[in-house]
Design a protein around this ligand. Structure first.
Ligand code: F0G
Length: 443
């Protein structure tokens, strides 16, 4: 007997819940929690994958690319709502976000030795980093659960993003950042968007521990990537790049790895995309850490036998993290994708950044770790010559003006790719001389 239409629709509606990754205890979708009340473990959002066939699902995603209407209708996050969060009568807090370009660059391809290189530029989100993808979902969820205030610890991008989305939603925001280790653009944004900004005399790991205590004891809703709804939003980086590639997956997806929320999100997205036949082969993740902040790399090298904590030090302040929170989820992501973890030095990061910047693409230091990692992986034969590879650039070039000025004007010895400004008088000959120098430059 055919079931009535409404019953069929109800059966197909994906039901969501939160589930502890450690003990498996389930919580309601709208429970205002960011850790398991039974054992303190991290929560995951679980849902039934859409039952429709992949062709129809892809067609629906495609139709939404050309949608018109309120911000969330054109968002590169909410386009994939079946895999993120089903909108309900509560308002969706969206700018919109996502819809970031997938670029190619002959110069970057040559420098990395990877002809099939694409660059997914997440720095072109509304507040200049990929964090907006998780934050639209996280702040929407905060409104659903009736949060009186939202909070996060941050190396700068999460705080800028939280500040903006909280302002958009009209909910008070509290952010905790490590003293002396937040890039100027990020701090400036956070202040401008009106978040109460606490500069903590401690590192990021201390900030996160304090933010978790504040969440548990003061009742503020925590919006770090330990919040599983943030992860759901960040999955759309992968879904969107797969869509841009016509659902023909790349061989590798490279990303910088700090607190490991994004590594976890990418693994979950790929697992779900494969599970619902949106793709039929699994890309491999290349998670790249800064050598001075590489506990995950160290553990990977030993088969993940042990979890490490380190005192982190790197000029890529976004990933200056010694005790990553999403550890277990990220281990699962590397395992399910047969991924690799690498570490790159600050010099490698800055050289990669200079090449990305001079290609006209631009990114912040931490983002360049993905490109530096790809070059290292090609040189070591980890990535094969003809491989198709996507490098995710996580933040905008203007996020860290201090690092740029240092590189181009101050660093000693002068880096090979320095482009220092030239002071001149008011004579045309001086302009002509510099024109010749510009023309002689090898691009
Ligand atoms: N790239 C940028 C630009 C980041 O800001 C971050 C993290 C990462 C990469 C690493 O992502 O932590 O998910 O492994 N920034 C966080 C913040 C920690 O507070 O803005 P991850």
């Amino acid at each position: 007997m055919r079931r009535p239409r409404s019953a069929r629709r109800a059966a197909a509606a994906p039901l969501r819940w939160q589930e502890c990754a450690s003990c498996g205890a389930r919580q309601d979708e709208n429970a205002a929690l960011t850790s398991c009340p039974a054992c303190g473990g991290l929560l995951d959002v679980k849902f039934h994958l859409p039952r429709e066939d992949a062709v129809r699902l892809r067609r629906r995603f495609e139709a939404r690319v050309r949608a018109a209407g309120p911000p969330h209708e054109v968002s590169g996050v909410w386009r994939f709502r079946e895999f993120v969060l089903e909108p309900d009568p509560a308002p969706i807090v969206s700018f919109p976000e996502g819809n970031t370009p997938l670029l190619t660059s002959a110069r970057l391809a040559a420098w990395t030795g990877c002809e099939g290189l694409y660059v997914k530029h997440e720095g072109l989100n509304p507040t200049g980093s990929f964090k907006d993808r998780g934050m639209t979902v996280g702040v929407t969820q905060a409104m659903r659960v009736g949060a009186r205030a939202v909070a996060c610890a941050s190396t700068g991008n999460t705080s800028a993003s939280l500040a903006a989305y909280a302002a958009l939603a009209g909910v008070p925001a509290l952010v905790l950042v490590p003293s002396g280790n937040v890039a100027l653009g990020k701090l400036a944004q956070t202040l401008a968007y009106g978040a109460r900004t606490l500069v903590v005399r401690g590192d990021f790991d201390a900030c996160l521990s304090l933010a978790r205590d504040a969440s548990a004891q003061l009742g503020v809703y925590l919006l770090n990537s330990v919040n599983p709804f943030r992860v759901e939003g960040q999955k759309t980086i992968v879904l969107e790049l797969l869509q841009q590639l016509g659902w023909n997956p790349p061989d590798w997806i490279a990303l910088p790895a700090g607190n490991l929320g994004n590594t976890a999100a990418f693994g979950k997205a790929l697992h779900e995309a494969l599970g619902s036949d949106l793709i039929t082969t699994m890309p491999r993740l290349l998670a790249v850490q800064a050598a001075g902040a590489a506990p995950f790399y160290q553990s990977y090298e030993e088969g993940f036998a042990e979890r490490y904590r380190v005192a982190a030090e790197t000029v890529a302040t976004a990933i200056r993290i010694g005790d990553p929170a999403s550890w277990d989820r990220a281990v699962a992501a590397i395992r399910t994708t047969d991924g690799r973890v690498l570490a790159v030095s600050d010099d490698e990061i800055f050289e990669a950044k200079a090449v990305v910047d001079a290609a006209g693409i631009g990114c912040e230091p931490a983002s360049a770790a993905s490109v530096a990692g790809i070059r290292q992986a090609r040189r070591r034969g980890i990535i094969a010559p003809g491989a198709r590879v996507v490098a995710v650039l996580t933040g905008h070039v203007l996020k860290d003006p201090g690092a740029l000025i240092h590189y181009h004007q101050e660093a000693e010895p002068a880096p090979a790719r320095r482009n220092a400004p030239v002071e001149i008088g008011t004579r045309l000959e001086e302009v002509e001389r510099e024109l010749h120098r510009a023309l002689a430059r090898d691009l």
